[in-house]
Design a protein around this ligand. Structure first.
Ligand SMILES: [Zn+2]
Length: 419
C-alpha cells in the first residue's frame, strides 16, 4: 500500500460497491497488455458522487429515452450505405466465437441490413464441447463464412503459464490474441469495416467518443490503436515478461507475431474503420441470447458455470472460469458479480437479487475444469493456491479460521449503510 491510498494494483483502498448494481470499485478497466506486469497500476471503474458506477450510468441511457434509437438506426443505415457497394466478397468483419453476441451481430447485419460479413475466430485455449458445437452452429445454422485461427499451442501454453505466474492472469494470451486478430484479418482480406459489439462504457470504461468508435491513437491505455508506441519489440511484454525473455527460452520473434497489433500506419493507410454495433442498436445481452438461439443455433450448457448462476455466456473455453476466479482473488470481482451486474443494469433482476447471487456464487472454486487447467499450466493444485494467495491484496482479504474472506463483503457493506 502506498501513501495515496491505492493498493498494489493501483486500486482504491477504500472498498465500495455500486449502489445500483453491486459491482466492486476495484474492478479494473482494460489495460495495455504489452506493458502489463506485476507493477502495473490499473484504472478502476469510475464511481460518481452517488456511488453509482460508470457501467450503470452508461446502460441507463439505453432506457431513459435520452437516446433516439430511430436516429441511431438511421446512422447505421448511412454507414451501411457507404460500404454497400464495396468490391469484394466481404464488406465488414466480425470477430467472435459464435456465442450470443457475435451470433446476434453477424446475423442481424447480414440478414436484416444486407451486409456481407466475414466472421473470424481466435481459438479458445481449450474448447469445451458446447463451445465447439456453437462455433459449428454459427457457421452452419447461422450461415456465415468463418476463419478459425488456432495459435501455436506450445507458444500459447508457455505464455499462459508465464501470465499465470507473473500476473495471475492465465487468460491474457487469449485476450491479447482476440483483441488484435480481427484487425489483422481485416487488413489481410482488404475488408474496410470492423464491427465490435457493445461499447466499453457498458462495462464502465470511460473513453473519448465512447459509444461509437473503437481504437484511436491516443486514449484509454486499454483501447489505444498504438499500444507498442516507441518501444522495441523485444522490450514489450507478453505474459508479464519482456519478449527478450521468451527468446532466451528458445522461442523466435516470429512466434509472437500473432499476438502483436497491426502496425498503426497500416490501419491508417488502409482506412479500416471500427465501430460498435451497440452504439447503433439497443444492445441487451439477454435479448442477444434469445436472438442467437433462434437464428444461429446457439445452445446453452446443461449446467451453470462454476462461480456463477448462468449457463449461457462465456462457455466455450475451459479457461474461462479461471479468468473470473483470478479476478476475484486480485480485485474481489468474481463471475457472479460480473454476470449479475449485467442483469441488474438491464433490469432483468433487482439489485437485491443480484446481491443474493453474488453471496451464493462469487468466488466458487472452478472445480469442473480444474484438472484440465492444472495440466495445461503444468502446475499442482497446491502451487496454484499458494500462487493465488500471493496475489491477494491485503486491503481486500483477511484470513479467518484458516479461510480467506473479503474484509468487506458486498452484503456487509450494504448492511452497514442501512444501519
Ligand atoms: Zn453499477
Amino acid at each position: 500500500m502506498n501513501q495515496n491510498g491505492n493498493n498494489m494494483y493501483g486500486l482504491p483502498t477504500d472498498i465500495k460497491y455500486c449502489h445500483k448494481c453491486n459491482v466492486i470499485n476495484q474492478k479494473p478497466t482494460s489495460t495495455n497488455e504489452f506493458l502489463h506486469d506485476i507493477n502495473t497500476k490499473q484504472i478502476p471503474i469510475y464511481f460518481d458522487k452517488d456511488n453509482i458506477c460508470h457501467a450503470c450510468r452508461s446502460v441507463e441511457k439505453k432506457w431513459n429515452s435520452k437516446i433516439n434509437w430511430d436516429e441511431r438506426e438511421k446512422e447505421l443505415l448511412d454507414l451501411i450505405e457507404k460500404y454497400k457497394n464495396f468490391k469484394g466478397p466481404y464488406n465488414c468483419i466480425i470477430g467472435g466465437s459464435g456465442g450470443k453476441d457475435s451470433g446476434f451481430q453477424s446475423h442481424i447485419l447480414k440478414y436484416k441490413y444486407g451486409m456481407r460479413p466475414l466472421t473470424v475466430t481466435w481459438s479458445p485455449h481449450i474448447y469445451t464441447d458446447i463451445g465447439w458445437k456453437n462455433l459449428k452452429n454459427w457457421i452452419n445454422v447461422g450461415g456465415f463464412d468463418n476463419f478459425l485461427f488456432s495459435p501455436n499451442g506450445k507458444v500459447h501454453r508457455h505464455l499462459t503459464k508465464r501470465a499465470l505466474l507473473n500476473i495471475l492472469h492465465p487468460f491474457q494470451p487469449f485476450i491479447i490474441g482476440q483483441k488484435y486478430f480481427v484487425t489483422h484479418m481485416a487488413y489481410k482480406f482488404n475488408i474496410p469495416l470492423i464491427f465490435y459489439g457493445e461499447p466499453p462504457s457498458d462495462y464502465g470504461t470511460i473513453i473519448k467518443d465512447e459509444e461509437k468508435f473503437s481504437y484511436r491513437k491516443d486514449d484509454h491505455p486499454g483501447f489505444t490503436m498504438d499500444p507498442i508506441g516507441s518501444n522495441k519489440i523485444e522490450d514489450i511484454k507478453l505474459g508479464g515478461d519482456k519478449i527478450s525473455y521468451h527468446l532466451d527460452q528458445g522461442f523466435s520473434l516470429e512466434d509472437f507475431y500473432p499476438y502483436l497489433p497491426l502496425d498503426f500506419n497500416k490501419i491508417d493507410e488502409s482506412k479500416i474503420e471500427t465501430r460498435y454495433l451497440g452504439y447503433y442498436l439497443k444492445w441487451i445481452p439477454q435479448e442477444n441470447f434469445y436472438y442467437a438461439s433462434e437464428n444461429t443455433g446457439y445452445v446453452v450448457n446443461d449446467k451453470r458455470s462454476d462461480g456463477t448462476f448462468q449457463k449461457y455466456a462465456s462457455i466455450d473455453d475451459k479457461m474461462d472460469s479461471f479468468f473470473y476466479y483470478t479476478s476475484y482473488i486480485k480485485f474481489g470481482f468474481g463471475r457472479a458479480m460480473y454476470d449479475s451486474g449485467i442483469e441488474v443494469r438491464h433490469g432483468h433482476i433487482t439489485k437485491d437479487e443480484g446481491l443474493g447471487l453474488i453471496e451464493q456464487f462469487d468466488g466458487e472454486r472452478p472445480k469442473t475444469y480444474m484438472e484440465d487447467f492444472l495440466k495445461y499450466c503444468s502446475i499442482s493444485e497446491e502451487e496454484f493456491d499458494d500462487l493465488c494467495n500471493k496475489f491477494r491484496p491485503p486491503h481486500l482479504w483477511q484470513k479467518k479460521s484458516n479461510n480467506w474472506e473479503l474484509k468487506v463483503s458486498p452484503k456487509e457493506y450494504f448492511e452497514k449503510l442501512r444501519n
